[in-house]
Design a binder for this molecule. Sequence first.
Ligand SMILES: Cc1ncc(COP(=O)(O)O)c(C=O)c1O
Length: 452
Amino acid sequence: MSTTLSAIEERFEELSAKGLAVAVSRAVRDGALPPGAKLPPIRVLATQLGLSPTTVSAGWALLARSGAIHTDGRRGTTVADLRDPAPGRYRRALERQLDFALDLSTGIPDPALLPNLGPALSELTTAGLPGSYLDDPVLPGLLDVLKAQWPYPAEELMVVDGAMDALDLVSRSMLRFGDRVVVEHPCFPPLLDLLESIGVEVLGVPVDDTGLRPEPLTTALGGLGSHISAVFLQPRAQNPTGASMTGQRAQDLAPILAQAGMPVVEDDSAGAVAATPPISLGEWIPDQVIHIRSFSKSHGPDLRLAAMGGPSNLLREIIHRRELGQGWSSRVLQRVLLSLLTDPDAVADVDRARDEYTRRRVALVSALTSRGVEVASGDGLNLWVPVHDESAAIVRLASQGVGVTPGTPFEVLPGGGGHVRVTVGLVADGYEELAQTLATAANTSPWGLRAR
Ligand SMILES: Cc1ncc(COP(=O)(O)O)c(C=O)c1O
């Protein structure tokens, strides 16, 4: 450690977070800090360089954002190997052949089940469109509809460019390098990548059929010295497992979260195509909850809109910060969304889509169950299918023209490798044949790719 410290100290010229980031970058470039080298703890470095721990932490954040260092609770903070960048989980999850006859790896909604945009677009005229930078960031009519549909009375509501934008805004506003957060296990890979890019350490808490499990959550929040800055969860149609939080589970979790007191970020990504009704811990702990609802699955990913509600003290900071950048989400698109949420035909289209996704899920789950593959029916567009060996299953399916997503990038806790995610929402028919193909792949062993 002392050579690491002196390598940084020798190159340290400016008493600031940036000065520290520059010194570490130079040491890496010069080869004085090789890939994998463990960096000193924040307090040690702060004392040695005469900086405050906050400044060191800000310097680490700059380096993490540029991908130069990684943080991992057990191993500490280490120099990244830039010659061989480990692909992010998201990219890994999406790394796939592009020519599958049946690509069920995408997690996207079926374009045939999206509402018809025609009437909403033909209604669009320039008249009545706010033209000023100072107009309300959310169309007043849309705000009323969102308030009426929100699962609890949120103090503040904003419209953003999709749930990922919401998660990005929230994380960058609330979290700092070295913070620890609780996420679900398994978890949506882009969230893990996002948190990693900020230098945030994640603690996985397993989900069961009805959401985050209370006992491991209590342990994660109450563990020795475990100061948790936020909890991220998906309240329904969890991607990848399909789990939805029940009212009973919300009631069990609320006092645990209330006692710990940190913000809880809920990502309702399936939104209106989820078969389970909207639910939010905001009903119990409104002061702590930021609830996000995406319209991508229900109204189209390219509409690029989501709504985010929460207490003013948490959201105002984000709204003000956003004023210095994008400012607001296109009100033209907000007008389209408002139309789609209020036009009876468009509402009926989304209702039909929800029922059709349920039919598809139930059909494939029952065909799999009758072949001995136990899959939770859950909710949403995906099934989390247990397999004997992830790689063997994926290779076997690919050889038959079927693309699925590997489970490992979703895993937060060790011991994975036993699932693939299948976007059943894209399967309109042929359930028996697909179930047979999946069941054979699920039972394929790595040795010679022979089915067991
Ligand atoms: C859990 C989860 N969060 C966020 C997103 C991204 O949503 P959006 O398109 O609104 O950014 C997805 C998309 O699949 C998702 O599954």
